[in-house]
Ligand binder design. Structure first.
Ligand code: AP5
Length: 216
């Protein structure tokens, strides 16, 4: 099974993708994570992407399509299926994904649109932090570690914050979402594969709605 999670920054795509990995055995394919890894490693892709990401804009379609194409050739994705998290984000990326899936003999089973309101997303993102060792995501209000300062999953105290998680950049990211990504709701409605869940509910309720949408 291959599915797309569609939604603005802070909608909960990464949170839900990690839960779906466990529930459905799928592999999370997050272009944001892949680009951040490239920036950290100082690769040519990372050098091109860094400033754009810090400003809240979109990295060029060619770069992003290239990294997704390479990832789709790896065994885990081919065998287990992918949750596309943060891709596609523009119509050219959606069209390129259609082509890549045909070329690679893969299919798209569903697109889950996470319906959320803009203003609460700023609070969600500014409260976010992640375990620097295992990648588990948290929120200072909505998803606290059971023991303050200690990761539930791996016991680390090495928490980190993203460079683009400040209010000004989040507002730019929301603008980019409305201009370039929201039109994909119509694109995928036309395919008959779009399912919408209410992303303003609690994390577990959203997950239950997603699982039901995928099984329904
Ligand atoms: P990316 O990493 O994809 O970021 P994003 O889309 O802006 O999404 P986020 O990771 O901010 O949010 P999310 O929806 O995953 O929410 P999360 O689950 O963390 O992209 C970063 C940048 O890379 C882009 O700006 C762009 O420059 C570039 N890029 C990436 N892909 C690209 C592409 N395809 N094309 C071009 N450029 C690209 O949740 C947020 C917080 O809220 C967490 O703390 C969580 O605990 C909490 N939370 C989650 N769900 C709930 C809930 N239901 N209730 C309460 N709190 C919740």
């Amino acid at each position: 099974m291959n599915i797309i999670l569609l939604g603005p920054p802070g909608a909960g795509k990464g949170t839900q993708a990690k839960m779906l990995m466990e529930a459905k055995g799928l592999v999370q394919l997050s272009t944001g994570d892949m680009l951040r890894a490239a920036v950290k490693a100082g690769t040519p892709v990372g050098l091109q992407a860094k400033a754009v990401m810090e400003a809240g804009g979109l990295v060029s379609d060619d770069i992003v399509i290239g990294i997704v194409s390479d990832r789709l050739d790896e065994a885990d994705v081919r065998e287990q299926g992918a949750i596309f998290d943060g891709f596609p984000r523009t119509q050219p990326q959606a069209e390129a994904l259609d082509k890549l899936l045909v070329e690679k003999g893969l299919t798209l089973d569903a697109v889950i649109n996470m319906a959320v309101e803009d203003e609460p997303l700023v609070g969600r993102i500014s409260g976010r932090f992640t375990c620097g060792d295992c990648g588990e995501g948290y929120h200072k209000e909505f998803k606290k570690p059971a023991v303050e300062g200690v990761c539930d999953k791996c016991g680390s105290s090495n928490f980190k914050f993203r460079a683009d998680d400040n209010e000004e950049t989040v507002r730019e990211r929301l603008k980019a979402y409305h201009a370039d990504t929201a039109p994909l709701i119509d694109y995928y409605t036309a395919t008959g594969k779009l399912k919408t869940v209410d992303g303003m509910k609690g994390i577990d309720e959203v997950q239950a709605a997603m699982v039901a949408a995928l099984e329904g």
